[in-house]
Design a binder for this molecule. Sequence first.
Ligand code: PNS
Length: 167
Amino acid sequence: MKPVVAIYPGTFDPLTNGHLDLIERGSRIFGELVVAILRNSEKTPLFSVEERLEMLRECTSPWPNVRVESFEGLLVDYARQSKAQVVLRGVRAVSDYEYELQMAWMNRQLDSSLETVFMMPAGAYPYLSSKLVREIASLGGALSSMVPRSVEVRLRERLGVAPLTRK
Ligand code: PNS
């Protein structure tokens, strides 16, 4: 059997330790893991796609079978183009399940040969999300357990907020 190519798609604005945990788990199971950043003109991201590519490439360099790309259009088309057989998605809590199931069903309707595989991140990250990380960063909260150091530095620079010093 040929090694399985999987795509881990997302917005990654920014990358969190939860994403990295899933990437590490995926890299152990799949022959090749393509982390794919959606180029979405509808959302106004905090970081440009190029900045996110740079951050992800920097943080995933320890895993030789992981590569980071960006894509536009339908995920199923990108998967076909990348010769991927699997879409990897993380499910943290029950609240993620409905949305994830809906996407997986839709993708199956569009391409029945593409399988979606759900994985749980480590217990430390059940409620970690990029949205909350952006909010905490903008209010000067502690981020060291939530994002890699290089991402934390960029967040502080982008938002112009120094971390709170606690007494
Ligand atoms: O990190 P996110 O924002 O939850 O990722 C969502 C993503 C990028 C996986 C999803 O929006 C997607 O696959 N978009 C590509 C367009 C597409 O194929 N839409 C139909 C999916 S059912």
